[in-house]
Design a protein around this ligand. Structure first.
Ligand SMILES: [Zn+2]
Length: 136
């Protein structure tokens, strides 16, 4: 976000806008996904052309069947990133997250171990077949 801000300020090369939440947030009115979009407007005093960035409901965008309002891009992104920091990357939430990740990792390791036994048997079978072919 900071990189984009700097590029925009120089007015030179047009910065690529990243919509962090595109397709990850849903409309509270109709339940469709919300997507990132932008429009241009002129400033009131100097009449400069500027870009406005926002998220809007996919239904509102494509079929006009939803009246939910556009949400300012930076407002919603700052809110969501703040919630992530507070609820996931906080001192109280991190140990719980680590515990769950460890449990998940332990389970997947068991599956992999079982898979290893199966592959060893398959390899032994193939080795025997190769020996048979060589013998023949
Ligand atoms: Zn909607």
């Amino acid at each position: 976000m900071n990189k984009n801000k700097r590029l925009n300020a120089t007015g030179g090369q047009k910065a690529k806008v990243v919509y962090l939440l595109s397709g990850l947030i849903w409309c509270g009115e109709c339940g469709k996904r919300m997507v990132g979009s932008s429009s241009t407007y002129k400033t009131r005093v100097t009449r400069e052309t500027r870009q406005r960035y926002y998220y809007l409901c996919n239904n509102a965008d494509r079929t006009n069947t939803c009246n939910n309002k556009k949400i300012n891009k930076s407002s919603i992104e700052e809110y969501v990133l703040g919630k992530l920091q507070q609820d996931i990357f906080s001192d109280t939430a991190m140990p719980k997250l680590a515990e769950n990740l460890y449990a998940y990792y332990s389970n997947s390791k068991k599956e992999t171990a079982g898979e290893g036994d199966y592959l060893k048997k398959e390899l032994a079978k193939i080795d025997r077949q190769i020996e048979n072919i060589v013998d023949a």
